[in-house]
Design a protein around this ligand. Sequence first.
Ligand code: FES
Length: 151
Amino acid sequence: MVTMSEDFDTFVNNLQEQIFDEAREAFGDAGFERWRNPRYCGPLADADAHARVTGECGDTMEIFLKFENDRVCNAAYRTDGCASSTVCGSFAAEMTVGKTPEEVADISGEAILEKIGRFPDEDHHCAFLAAETIREALGQYMRNQTPHGNK
Ligand code: FES
C-alpha cells in the first residue's frame, strides 16, 4: 500500500528532477554544475576592493577582489538574486582571478555570457550586472592606489 508520505516524497522528487532538468536546459552543463555547486561564493574578509550594485531588476550583486603584485589573487561574489545571478556572479568572480587591473577592466557582460556558454535570453542582464559590479570594485581598487584616492 502506498502511504500519503510516500506519495508526497515521490511528488517532491519528481518536482526536484523537473527543476534540475529545466536548469540544465537553461544554463547548459557548465552553468548547471555551477548553480548546484557555486564557486567563489563570498564574502571575502580580507578583500582590497568590494562593490555592491543593485540592478534594475532589484537584485544586488557584490564583488570582492583581493590583489597581490597588482593581480587578482582571490575573488568572490555574493548576490540576493535568482539562479541566473548566482551563475553569473560565480563565473564573473572566477574570471578576475590571475588578471591585472587592465585585464579585469575588459571583462564584459558578453564575455561572462560567452564563458557560461548557454544562458536564458531574458536573464542576460544578470551578466551585465556582474560585469558592472566588477568595474565598480576595480574602480575602488584603483582609487586606493593613488595617494589621495579616497578624497
Ligand atoms: Fe536580477 Fe538576475 S540579477 S534577475
